[in-house]
Design a protein around this ligand. Structure first.
Ligand code: F6P
Length: 345
């Protein structure tokens, strides 16, 4: 048994925990592992490195991915890339692939399984927490803790200057990061893609609280939130290999609106890729480890075309066909709870 691993899409804390766990479980079953470098790009090029249980033991504490990542999509140029990918697989003598990634990476895994009968198992990852069939994705917990620490720091400078700080978070078109960060930091208001932005309500809360003696304000805005009648704010018109826009900039727009409407000096901070960097939290190390063990077990049992997932306290699996293709937006129950704090003084 010779199992390949790859990590695709945006990196996220906890990827190395998955790699370590797959390698260890396959090793315990008498097999060996190799890592394909930089996502599907390495799979197409056949660019592989050996992965040994002993050598990967300490990577659990490292952020990012030791394999590198990319947003390469073999189906963008299917006629050339898919046969090359299959050739590389054969040349390297591989018997199975564990693909660790978000909806794009796992979407490729699903097509390879369905169209090429490719022996693949998927592991869901993203800081955005927007994948179907799993309660949480690893990376999300680390990410919201990074946002929380940053906002705790921004609070003191906001208070000193009697300003409003607008903090823009990642999350794509789902408000998980923003909503959880808003609750954890006692924000005055949180703006997410799933709920129409109510500028008036936000400004009213800021003004009421100022009048009642709170001299500063904290607003969390998800990068995918948008003003009514406007489109999402993007860095530029360029799309990635999977056709996604590069979100970013709504924080500045919201800061302008607040300053104009309330007269309160307002600044915007975009946390950007800081949210994906550094060592994973204990929760993400444990979740990544458990998912990795179960993905390897599926490989050993030759149960391909599946994605491992967290359901309650258990690690289960779903067919990739069921798991990919539908973005899981924020469960609005969380927002309704958060909103108790977004009204009155
Ligand atoms: O999907 C994860 C994510 O971090 C999003 O939250 C964000 O919009 C995007 O990736 C950024 O991607 P990149 O690293 O390509 O700029």
């Amino acid at each position: 048994m010779k199992v390949a691993l790859l990590t695709g899409g945006g990196d996220c804390p906890g990827l190395n925990a998955v790699i370590r766990a797959v390698v260890r479980t396959i090793h315990n079953a008498g097999g060996e592992c190799v890592g394909l470098l930089e996502g599907w790009r390495g799979a197409i090029q056949g660019n592989a490195i050996p992965l040994k249980a002993q050598e990967t033991d300490e990577i659990i504490a490292r952020g990012g991915t030791i394999l590198g990542s990319s947003r390469t999509n073999p189906y963008k140029n299917k006629e050339e890339s898919v046969p090359r990918l299959k050739d590389s697989f054969q040349r390297l003598g591989l018997t199975a692939l564990v693909a660790i990634g978000g909806d794009d990476t796992l979407g490729v895994a699903k097509r390879l399984y369905e169209e090429e009968n490719f022996p693949v198992v998927g592991v869901p990852k993203t800081i955005d927490n927007d994948l179907s069939c799993t309660d949480f994705t690893f990376g999300f917990d680390t990410s919201i803790n990074i946002v929380m620490e940053a906002v705790d720091r921004l609070r003191t400078t906001a208070e000193s200057h009697r300003r409003v700080m607008v903090i823009e978070t990642m999350g794509r078109h789902a408000g998980w990061i923003a909503c959880f960060a808003g609750i954890a930091t006692a924000a005055d208001f949180t703006l997410i893609p799933e709920v129409e932005v109510d500028v008036e309500a936000m400004c009213e809360v800021l003004l009421k609280r100022r009048a009642a003696g709170k001299p500063y304000g904290l607003i969390i805005v998800s990068e995918g939130a948008k003003l009514p009648e406007q489109d999402v704010v993007t860095h530029d018109a360029e799309l990635d290999d999977f056709g996604h826009v590069k979100l970013g900039g709504i924080g500045d727009t919201i800061a302008d609106v607040i300053q104009r409407r309330t007269g309160i000096e307002t600044r915007a901070v975009t946390l950007g890729h800081l949210q994906r960097g550094g060592p994973p939290s204990a929760y993400d190390r444990v979740l990544g480890t458990r998912l990795g063990i179960h993905a390897a077990r599926l490989v050993i049992e030759k149960k391909f075309g599946q994605m491992v997932a967290l359901r309650g306290l258990k690690i289960v699996s779903y067919p990739l066909a069921e798991a990919v293709g539908t973005m899981r937006t924020l469960d609005l129950e969380f927002m309704r709870e958060a909103e108790e704090f977004y009204k009155n003084v």
